[in-house]
Ligand binder design. Structure first.
Ligand SMILES: [Cu+2]
Length: 121
């Protein structure tokens, strides 16, 4: 009986590990769709995700969560869309992207160290 309990325990652990491994793998994707909440983490010199997919012809709100205290991360600029925003540290800053035509619009910090691409499709 003890053996059976142990086997069930091991199977449960395996299932949990499997579940988290799959979940972690799912989060690794480099782009988000408009259906998901458009949250972008700003930390360690990268936007995460760095490719953001949004729908053409629709205004979109992006949520930038800045965790990098360096001044480098303070601003995000979408030069082609004439959008810029100052990001508050350790907070989520909403950045409204106006309706745009299909295409790829790069965005970056003011020194262009952080870089990302807004994919409008
Ligand atoms: Cu910078």
């Amino acid at each position: 009986m003890d053996l059976l309990v142990n086997i069930i325990g091991l199977l449960l652990i395996a299932a949990i590990v499997w579940w988290f491994w799959l979940a972690a793998k799912g989060n690794k994707q480099q782009s988000v769709s408009a259906d998901e909440k458009l949250e972008i983490l700003v930390n360690d010199g990268v936007y995460e995700p760095d490719r953001i997919r949004v729908s053409a012809g629709e205004e979109t709100v992006l949520h930038f969560r800045r965790e990098d205290a360096s001044p480098c991360a303070e601003w995000v600029l979408f030069p082609d869309l004439e959008v810029s925003a100052q990001l508050a540290l350790d907070q989520i800053t909403e950045v409204t992207i106006p309706a745009a035509d299909a295409g790829e619009y790069p965005f970056h910090c003011q020194m262009q160290m952080y870089r990302g691409t807004l994919v409008v499709e």
